[in-house]
Design a protein around this ligand. Sequence first.
Ligand code: UDP
Ligand code: MG
Length: 309
Amino acid sequence: MKTISILVPCYNEAKSLALLFDELNRVISQMDMYNWEVLFVNDGSRDNTMEVIRDLRRKDSRVSYVDLSRNFGKENAMLAGFDYAKGDAVIIMDADLQHPPAVIPDMIQKWEEGYDDVYAQRKARGKESWLRKKLTKLYYKMLQGSSRMDVLPNVGDFRLLDRKCVDALCQMRESGRYTKGMYCFIGFRKIGVEFETQDRVAGESSMSYRKLANLALEGITSYTTAPLRWATFIGIVVSVTAFVYMLFVLIKALLYGDPVAGYPTLLVIILFLGGIQLFTIGIIGEYLGKVFVEAKNRPVYFVREYNEK
Ligand code: UDP
Ligand code: MG
């Protein structure tokens, strides 16, 4: 019998977990041709998420958990889950029921057809603000433009991964993790199934605009080195323009003399170039920072407890 693991990273999800497990249970109980494992990764929650998980495990032996030593962030929590999941396939989903368990049978069907990476694609984004939707759209456009590998829009971490994919992801141990980019990087046979995003059942999204902006920057800088190339291009364009302008100024001075003026032009050019220089140093800094972090080669997470003995 094949085993399927359902991997749920949880951060302060005490209120959603029981609901989630109820819904999951309804779906997976109907599919008893598989062994099921529901693996909760408690990502250093500050509420009583851990008690809720222990409670679930006491009632149902299909529940497992990994309790991390502190909050490491969803990406790292997912890696912990990949390391501990036992399944021949792993289904990742959010704890807040934004990912409807009803899609699971569709995913498994595709898996049985021979696909290795079945991703769930949102038909419409739920109740998110207009600005957030627009920003997300713009971001994916930029990301797709900057690299040969396609990061699909409206596709998140809700997906089924075959053991092959999970093993591949486990081999990528970098600390600055951008799992969405990794799914593309590893390749394998992919296919999508559609679903409609639900609204969060309880608790609050931990994703503020600030966090999203950071994640977006993290995404670009760990996915592609294209910004470094942009910096080079900007440099070339500015240099060529400056050279042409230099000729112009020189010739003008030779022909008409030089009546020391042009203070505003000078100021604008100096400020403009200063801006570009700081900007590109910032880009280099981003990558240098990544090298610094990766060079330390620290473990991505620490485990306090894996299932009670
Ligand atoms: N999550 C996590 N660690 C964190 C933040 C979030 O494990 O530091 C989990 C969270 O419990 C949920 C999932 O990641 O299961 C998605 O989080 P959230 O709903 O806050 O993000 P959004 O749906 O707004 O992108
Ligand atoms: Mg959510």
